[in-house]
Every structure is written in C-alpha cells, then in structure tokens.
Design a protein around this ligand. Structure first.
Ligand code: AIR
Length: 399
C-alpha cells in the first residue's frame, strides 16, 4: 500500500551507497534516515535525516531503530550484535540478517561457511604465526594472498606474499587476525549482484571487473566471456544466496579460472560497486532492488537494457585535500555518459569519489517508432565502451 506517511528505511552508513539508495528509494515513496560519523556525509543531501554517530554507536543506532520501519546497512562495519538488540527492542526488522553480516565480516568464517555448503572457494587457512604462513606457502605455493580477517575494504587489508622471504615483513605490515589464500590464476574477475526478496530471488547479468591495486576500477556488462561461464557464475551466485539469510542485495565477487571454473572471492551483504552499472544499464537498479528486498516488496526485473561500462573516479592524489575536481564538463558532454559524484568533501589517495557510466547504443539506436536503426551493426562493443569510459574518467583531475 502507498500511504500518506511514507515508510522510513533506517540505514547504518551514509556514504555513496547510502546516497544512491536514497536516490532510488524516493520514487518508491520511501524515505531514508542514516547513521554516519562524518557530518555532512555523502547521503546527507538526499536523506530525510542524518544521525551523526559511529556505525556501532548504541545511542545513534537506537535512535535510528526508533525512527525506522525497517533497518539495513551499507557498510560491513555495522555491528550485528547491536542491530540484533535494537531490532528486538524496537520490534523492527533488519535485512540482511545480522547473523549473515556476522559471518561475512570475518573472511575466514565467510569462506568456511561457503566451503561447508560445497560452494567453490580458493583454498585458505587461518594464520596465527610465521609457521602457519610458511606452511601455507608449502601447500599453496607463491604468491599467496594474506588477508586481514576483518575490516578491510577497497583493497585495504590484502597483501600478496611473493616468497618465504617476505613472510616476516608481510606479518609485520598486517594487523589483527589474519588468513591466507592460495593465489587464483584467474582468467577474469566477474561479479553477480543478486537479491533475495520475500520468497523470491533475482540475479542481475554477470559483470566483468577490472581491478588494480586491489581496487575495482571498471565493470563492463555483458562480461566478455562465454555463455557457459556466465551461466555457471549465475548458478554459483544462486547457491551463495541460498547460504545467506535475510532479504536485500548481495554483491558476489567471483574468479573465472583459466579452465572456466568459478570460485567465490568475496561476498558483500549490500549493494556493490560492481553493480553501479545497473542504474542506467538494467531495468531495475541494484539500489532500488535493495529497497524492494529489505521492505519485502516484489523484486524488480533485472534484464540488461544495453551494453554498459562503469568506471570509478578514484582519488589520484598523494595526500588528502579538498575534493575539487575539474574536467567533468567533458563527461557531461559525452553522449550516453552519466556522471555520479558522491559529494565527499575530501579526496584521499584511491578514495572512491564518484563514477562514470557509459551506455551502448542498443536502446538509443531504436527509432521513436520502435524500429531498429540500420546502423546497429556499427554498435560499439563493450571493449570500445570500456576504452571510452576510461578516457572520460581519466580526463577528471583533482590537481
Ligand atoms: N562502502 C562500503 N563498503 C565498501 C564501500 N566502498 C561504501 C559505503 C561507505 C563508504 O563506502 O557507502 O559508507 C565509505 O567511503 P569512504 O570513502 O568514506 O571510506
């Protein structure tokens, strides 16, 4: 029912994901309140209210629960115990399930949960000391990937170890509880944005991701791989969904191995950077899908509208500074390009500041009467779209 008093979604986190969630929620008549520690956080201009507080601040999250009809989170630093407690205290549902968040927060627990269900993952082990790391090296070979079990995102918390000689330095560089994974000689990195609704699931078309320095740079869809691999990736994503509880959108990062087999790299219990393409590229955006899922509304159609490439605008600076970015006129002038600026006040090295999406011509080339353009053979490939979106993004500068 659509009513005069709109449902309020309470969100822990008010970064770019919260901002894009609020933008997608508005047409559904859903309002957001967010908790975020940064005053004037990226979501603040588009939400009803920001409660300034840490993601695990009990008073802030209590106030959020008091004001919300349903709770969710857009960052894994949310506190599952606190979410459980306030859900009970204020009788408000939380999606995804805080227990799913708890499992995903610890990458070792996450990988064990997947492996127990027979979902393919790279081989992994816990690491408590130097001997554990060297033993793993004997078993997996080098390089291996040393990972912080908790707290790392956007590449923070992952460190390749190239040889036994690097073991001491690697351990000294990383803090907290650790795990190590075999290095997967992958052909491609793929991802599937998948959603759980009220008794239904939906997956978006498989994206192909380009990473550099452990950070996502670009996503192109359709992924430049075989139909068989795409189907396998989607099937694995559905298996992953069945291992998770709670509604909403999940980002599932995958490796396509050299023989075409699929392994799960990591799961995020929230909309994912590699799903930003859905805003312009799919019938429903991942953000709208998350709102629908969390509130128990019917899920939207996930078909691709057209080939699409998305490129992140990362902070190409050596030191933090005010986020003044020039060159966006060229992006706005490019046909088929959409500019998304996150409104972060400060640019930092490799910080995600925005993204640019470029759609292919499949739809644009339809004539107003619905007939296809005779020039459709000349459509750019996703590789062309990728090259163009990359050059548009490169034209943006913080200096
Ligand atoms: N985020 C959450 N997990 C991974 C990412 N990238 C998004 C969320 C969060 C924001 O990044 O939207 O609020 C934090 O960005 P930053 O640049 O302040 O670290």
């Amino acid at each position: 029912m659509v009513t005069a008093s709109p449902p309020t979604l309470g969100v822990v986190g008010g970064g770019q994901l919260g901002r894009m969630l609020a933008e997608a929620a508005a047409p559904l008549g859903v309002e957001l309140v967010v908790v975020d520690p940064t005053p004037d956080c990226p979501a603040s201009p588009v939400v009803r209210d920001q409660i300034v507080g840490d993601f695990d601040d009990p008073d802030a999250v209590r106030e959020l629960a008091d004001r919300a009809d349903a709770l969710t989170f857009e960052i894994e630093l949310a506190d599952p115990d606190l979410l459980d407690a306030v859900a009970e205290e204020y009788d408000v549902p939380v999606h995804p399930d805080p227990d799913t968040l708890r499992t995903i927060q610890d990458k070792l627990v996450q990988k064990r949960a997947l492996r127990e269900r027979g979902i393919p993952v790279p081989d992994f082990r816990p690491v408590e000391d130097r001997d554990d790391l060297l033993d793993a090296g004997e078993a997996f070979g080098y390089p291996m990937m040393l990972k912080a079990r908790r707290g790392g995102y956007d590449g923070r918390g992952n460190l390749p170890v190239e040889s036994p000689d690097e073991a001491d330095d690697a351990l000294a560089e990383m803090s907290g509880e650790l795990m190590v994974e075999e290095f997967v000689p992958f052909e491609r990195e793929l991802s599937v944005i998948a959603a759980k609704g009220d008794g239904e699931v939906a997956t978006f078309p498989v994206g192909e991701n380009v990473h550099e320095d452990e950070i996502l740079r670009e996503t192109v869809v359709p992924a430049r791989t075989s139909e068989r691999v795409r189907e396998r990736a989607e099937a694995v994503a559905r298996d992953v969904l069945s291992a998770l509880s709670g509604r909403g959108v999940y980002g599932i990062e995958l490796f396509e191995r050299e023989d075409g087999a699929i392994s799960v790299n990591e799961i995020a219990p929230r909309p994912h950077n590699s799903g930003h393409y859905t805003i312009e590229g799919a019938l429903t955006s991942q953000f709208e899908q998350h709102v629908r899922g969390v509130l128990g509304y019917p899920l939207g159609a996930t078909d691709l509208r057209c080939p699409v490439a998305m490129s992140n605008v990362l902070g190409d600076v050596a030191e933090p500074r005010p986020a003044d970015c020039s060159g966006f006129e060229a992006v706005l002038a490019a046909r088929g390009a959409s500019f998304h600026w996150y409104g972060k006040r400060e640019v930092r090295p490799l910080r995600k500041m925005g993204h640019v999406t470029l759609v292919g011509d499949s739809l644009a080339s339809e004539s107003p009467t619905g007939g296809s353009s005779a020039e459709s053979d000349a459509e750019p490939s996703v590789s062309d779209l990728l090259a163009e979106v990359r050059s548009l993004t490169d034209s943006l500068t913080f200096r």
